[in-house]
Design a protein around this ligand. Sequence first.
Ligand code: SF4
Length: 206
Amino acid sequence: TTNASVTAGSIDSLSQHFPACMSHLHRSLRRDAHLKHYGRLQYSLFLKGIGLNLEEALMFWRGAFHKVTDDQFNKEYRYNVRHVYGDVGGDSNRRGGGYSPYSCQKILTEHPPGPGEAHGCPYRHFNMENLSVLVQAMGVNDRAVMQGIKEDKESQKYHMACNRVFEHLNKAEIKRAKDEGVLTANQLETIVHPNEYFKRSYLLKN
Ligand code: SF4
């Protein structure tokens, strides 16, 4: 979907285009060298969706889980990664080439994260204090934007907060694209999928 060359080694740099949910998963993975089950699932499906192939995905996850032995990795984690790509597992999964990346709707409503879990949607599942730390780390340092996020969160318009952050972080590029008349109707619609967030951010900045 993009021309990004997506390899195990490029994820750190591509993560500047990630929405808050995936940015948090990536930061947690780098901090802890580990993610729990639903975090691995949410994040590996997203990475598959941005174009990370199975071989690169196995390299990425093996490198990220650097505190475990090869034996542990092969036993506990390799199967999960291959399963996401439909390389192993049930018939319908295999036929379909694996599972689809989760939409915001799914992330917002299924399996709310418990203690020590990093999946979910930060706009919904974080308290305001932790949320402001995360969005500041993503580059939001504008008081009005922060206030808008707070109000969106309080009125449970989580994806509006996410779109607000997207528009703020890509303000200059969106303005230029609008002036040049190159934004399609689709690119002006509200983002409701993490992979769409990535794609639009990547295309605007490249
Ligand atoms: Fe991720 Fe969607 Fe939440 Fe944005 S609104 S952080 S893309 S789940």
